[in-house]
Design a protein. Structure first.
Length: 210
């Protein structure tokens, strides 16, 4: 579980940061939420993550557009069945194209745009239908067993980066390149490079440690 979750979590965090840098208003909204819920007197901790609903929306939208397992993991039909009008014999290897489902205009409004707001009702327990269309970890009994760990690690790490540093693109005139590179986890073709400046919470933490 740890081996499978290392690269996928790293790719997800890099994609999330890239999208935040391309949309400063989204980054500001996530930072404002952190300042309101956690503040600048102490570092974000695991119990804080569930309270950060907009941060969770950012992560969900990142997983929708850039899920690290675009075809999920291979499944096998246990008996003869029909899928989408196609007869599938028993013991057939089945791959689910979650990437296509997440970008299907029949299921998502403006599907190729990064809009965390589309998940605000979902994380608040409202529009549960979006939960069924969002499947970065698979669904049902064969879903990824590391979903809980992944959500905590990605949420805590991304929240720490936003809380502790001011972030800017290296070139404000150019968008961060989101082109996909080679690999089963859909890494970026060009690694993310960004500039950062420590926020006040870092002075407090460093002073306490000294």
């Amino acid at each position: 579980m740890l081996l499978a979750g290392t690269e996928t979590s790293t790719v997800t965090k890099e994609r999330a940061m890239s999208n935040l840098l391309n949309q400063p208003e989204v980054l500001k909204k996530a930072r404002d939420e952190l300042d309101a819920q956690v503040g600048q007197e102490c570092l974000i901790d695991e119990p804080d993550v569930p309270k950060l609903q907009y941060l969770q929306s950012v992560i969900s939208e990142t997983l929708r557009l850039y899920l690290a397992g675009p075809l999920l993991v291979p499944h096998m039909s246990s008996s003869d069945c029909t899928v989408g009008g196609y007869d599938v014999p028993a013991d057939t290897i089945i791959l689910v194209n979650a990437w296509a489902i997440h970008r299907d205009p029949k299921l998502w409004e403006d599907p190729t745009s990064f809009k965390p707001e589309r998940f605000e009702n979902y994380v608040n327990g409202g529009d549960q239908d979006k939960g069924h269309k969002l499947m970065p970890f698979g669904v049902g009994r064969r879903a990824c067993p590391g979903i809980g760990l992944a959500q905590r690690v990605v949420g805590l790490t991304l929240g720490s980066l936003i809380q502790c540093f001011e972030w800017e693109k290296v070139d404000e005139k150019e968008s961060v390149d989101m082109t996909e590179g080679n690999g089963i986890t859909m890494p970026k073709a060009e690694p993310l490079v960004a500039m950062c400046k420590a926020r006040p919470v870092m002075d407090i933490v460093l002073h306490q440690n000294v």
